[in-house]
Design a protein around this ligand. Structure first.
Ligand code: BGC
Length: 355
């Protein structure tokens, strides 16, 4: 129980049910001295719950997901999951690297999405508890050829819950052959903890003057278009629902190009929910962020506590490299080579304000 007496951070484990092949999943609970709690399972490295206070001090769950691991199979929306090797899309599941063509598993029309059907969101990660840091270190070794990718890729993801109510996600990967890498986390937030059934009244800010324009299968055309003053513009705080119907396509599902990207950790976005007063701030070292408003949710999934996930029940801020970068020479490089270390850090911070 969260109370003022709790001044220790803790890590505990509990069974989280079985996958259809009979493997037991474990749910790890990180709690900090303020009673903020993050629950993570070794299946898919999924963030299953984030319990954070509203402005009155009520600690409630602000991410979409399920009570048991079987809810996550299949996890078509990628609720809370670690995504790899390559987040977002690779056109037609093909790319050339050092003169050779590679063919990946496709799972989104003609395209490869979020690492493929058996991507990192579907695997069991090894978990090491790091009680000193109030952290979990997840490790997964992806074999040469997995989902069509070259090289053995070893990935570690450290989830740390800090005493200033931040969830820090530190990604690292190494390879024995050149391979594309673009790791992210696919948490869906609803800062009202489900009291507003969708996130249209949340107020978002994204530090990006441009976004990557996509075709009708969500593949970038290569153009970086100014957000100008139109519906895509979140350079100053805007209620998500205000112009969503004017967005090309089905709502927000776009990669924003972070301003003044230099690889350092800096604030890239924030979201405020007026009724709860909750604020989410996002910092990242990465050049892009996919702002996705859960457009493909349609009320067919029932999650934690019987909550029905209607369209736009949650939003994602998936920090990332640019979609389809292996096929887009003008985009920042996403090829990891032997001897190099892929490193990225993203921090989600939870606070409140009165107005
Ligand atoms: C993509 C969406 C996709 C969703 C899956 C997002 O990252 O951009 O197009 O439908 O993931 O839940």
């Amino acid at each position: 129980m969260a109370s003022e007496e709790q001044n220790e951070s803790t890590i505990t484990q509990a069974p989280f049910g079985k996958t259809p092949d009979g493997r037991e999943a474990t749910l790890y609970t990180l709690t900090n001295k303020n009673g903020v709690t993050v629950k993570i399972t070794n299946y898919g490295g999924i963030v299953a719950s984030i319990l954070a206070p509203d402005k009155a001090g009520n600690i409630e769950d602000i991410v979409l997901g399920y009570d048991q691991v079987y809810g996550y199979i299949p996890n078509d929306p990628y609720f809370g999951a670690l995504i790899g090797r390559f987040g977002n899309r690779i056109a037609k599941g093909k790319f050339y690297l050092d003169g050779k063509e590679y063919t990946l598993a496709t799972n989104n029309g003609p395209n490869h999405l979020h690492g493929g059907p058996a991507g990192f969101h579907t695997v069991f990660w090894d978990v090491e508890e790091l009680p000193q840091q109030n952290a979990l270190k997840l490790t997964y070794t992806s074999q040469d050829g997995e989902e069509g990718y070259p090289g053995t890729l070893t990935t570690t993801v450290v989830y740390t819950l800090t005493d200033d109510n931040s969830l820090l996600i530190a990604y690292e990967a190494t390879t024995d052959k050149p391979t594309p890498v673009n790791l992210t986390n696919h948490s869906y937030f609803n800062l009202s903890a489900g009291k507003t059934q969708d996130v249209l009244s949340h107020v978002a800010t994204i530090d990006a003057d441009r976004y990557t324009v996509v075709d009708d299968s969500f593949i970038p055309t290569g153009e970086l278009r100014p957000v100008a003053d139109g519906p895509m513009d979140f350079t100053s705080p805007k209620v998500i629902g205000t112009e969503i119907e004017d967005v090309e396509g089905n709502g927000y599902d776009h990669n924003y190009v972070i301003n003044d990207y230099d690889g350092s950790l800096k604030k890239i976005a924030s979201v405020y929910e007026p009724t709860s007063g909750r604020v989410l701030e996002v910092e990242s070292t990465l050049p892009g962020v996919q702002f996705y408003t859960g457009n493909f949710l349609n009320g067919s999934l029932t999650g934690k506590g019987g909550q029905v996930y209607i369209q736009r029940a949650g939003f994602c801020l998936e920090t990332q490299d640019f979609p389809d970068a292996p096929n887009q020479p003008s985009f920042p490089n996403t090829i990891l080579r032997p001897g190099e270390i892929y490193k990225a850090t993203t921090v989600y911070s939870f606070s409140t304000r009165e107005k």
